[in-house]
Design a protein around this ligand. Structure first.
Ligand code: EPZ
Length: 418
């Protein structure tokens, strides 16, 4: 499972290049199977979730391979091999994004009920609502989601009771090859949704309104492919480095990122007295006065991102005063609180709310990552704690961060893998 050792207490300073977005890359890899011809994806992060997704689409008949450390060449499948292998699909929640493309292109789909981080129940009712609305017949069998459609999918009007990212992506992808127009109402507006829409349109789809509440898709007979497409930068990796800069009292400039994608975090770090200087594709975060406690509510984009909540909890645990975190997206995303308490944090969790009483300092300890972003939060905590912190289950961190230790070392961190 891997362990990371950190000796904390050093303000981190310097410049770091942000990698491509995990959550955009995973969606684009699924969308690639819709196309008839080869695709080149640039700025793809070499992280374990991407490697698993590559294995999954190759098992379906695609031929995806790295051309360079961050460029992927993908030859889409001409026909489907058997369903995606269960041992791989169970590792990755995002494998459920294969349903829409498989149904749209091949009229059939078998995907094991996905695994992924244990941050919540992770239902798929909205995926099912949308895909059955387009005419697919979906059912569960032996822990798999199976789907088929006797004829071409038909455009439909789908209202999402919750602006689910995955459901929006699955329905959007399926609708690109459906007959007629599909409307997705109360759609998710995350930057990864817009990136997926841009990719689909580059391949010949007709998607409008991505990034707003209503997405319109006019179905086309087929998607060409034959495109070279750069993945957007990872706003959560950028956000994690922003929090590292503020929490360690350092001064870090993130390059190759899009400040507009992290506006909620910029606003909250400024509220906490950190200094944030925005460039065109850079962001600098530094600390020139004592930080103060703040309150956070996670919300769908453009609200505060749930994927940054654990990292903020670590930072706020040593800021004087009381901070309140409300997690409105997932029902079990405070697991890192118990590990932070082992380091001396004072956090009380009540349902969707966590109340943090800032302490003078955290102390290094042996802690364990329970999910990807909890692992990132423990890295933040280790960097600010006195003494040495050992993070077990470090492979969770490898799911979503490329070369994180190396990047932190260049910023002055005393961090190594054991
Ligand atoms: C995506 O997950 C991201 N993963 C998550 O990032 C992110 O936290 C999440 O969106 C929210 O922004 C990828 O893109 C691969 P949702 P997804 O469907 O699509 C409920 C990370 O750390 N819901 O928007 O699974 C669900 O229970 C990961 O990078 C339904 O009720 O998220 C949850 O409460 C973690 N029915 C809420 O919506 C459904 O059919 C948000 O889920 C689907 C979802």
């Amino acid at each position: 499972m891997g362990r990371i050792l950190i000796k904390g207490g050093v303000p981190l300073r310097g410049t770091v290049k942000v990698s491509g977005a995990k959550n955009a890359s995973l969606a684009l890899l699924c969308a690639a199977i819709l196309a008839k011809n080869e695709i080149i994806l640039e700025n793809v992060p070499d992280i374990s979730d991407v490697r698993v997704m590559i294995e999954i689409i190759n098992s379906l008949g695609a031929k995806a391979a790295w051309e360079t450390p961050d460029i992927l060449r993908i030859v889409p499948p001409e026909k489907l091999n058997a369903g995606a292998p269960i041992h791989l699909v169970k590792k990755l929640r995002a494998s459920n994004l294969l349903l829409g493309p498989m149904l749209a292109r091949f009229g059939q789909a078998t995907v094991a009920l996905p695994g992924g981080c244990n941050i919540g129940i992770r239902p798929m009712d909205l995926h099912f609502k949308g895909l059955t609305g387009l005419g697919a017949d979906l059912y569960l069998e032996h822990g798999c989601v199976c789907g088929s459609t006797s004829e071409r999918l038909k455009g439909a009007r789908v209202y999402l009771d919750f602006p689910s990212v995955g459901a929006t992506e699955n329905i959007m992808m399926a609708a690109t090859l459906a007959k007629g127009q599909t409307l997705i109402e109360n759609a998710a507006k995350e930057p990864e949704i817009v990136d997926l829409a841009n990719f689909l349109n580059a391949m010949g789809a007709k998607v409008r309104g991505a990034g707003t509440d209503v997405i319109k898709i006019d179905g086309v007979p087929s998607l060409n492919g034959g495109v070279r497409f750069p993945v957007i930068p990872d706003r959560i990796e950028a956000g994690t480095f922003m929090v590292v800069a503020a929490a360690t009292g350092g001064d870090i400039t993130m390059e190759n990122m899009i400040p507009a994608h992290v506006q909620p975090l910029i606003a909250k770090l400024r509220e906490a007295n950190a200094e944030v200087i925005e460039g065109e594709d850079t962001l600098r975060v530094c600390v020139n006065k004592p930080l103060k406690s703040i309150d956070i509510k996670t919300m769908p984009y453009p609200g505060f991102p749930t994927d940054m909540q654990s990292q903020l909890m670590a930072m706020l645990s040593v800021i004087p005063g009381t901070s309140v975190l409300v997690e409105n997206i997932f029902e079990n995303r405070f697991m890192v609180a118990d590990e932070l308490k082992r380091m001396g944090a004072r956090i009380k969790v009540e349902g969707r709310m966590a109340v943090i009483e800032g302490v003078d300092a955290l102390e290094g300890a042996q802690v364990k990552a329970t999910d990807l972003r909890a692992g990132a939060a423990l890295i933040v905590a280790g960097l600010i704690a006195s003494g040495e912190t050992e993070i077990c289950n470090a492979n969770f961190i490898d799911r979503g961060y490329h070369n994180l230790e190396e990047k932190l070392k260049t910023l002055g961190a005393d961090i190594r893998r054991k």
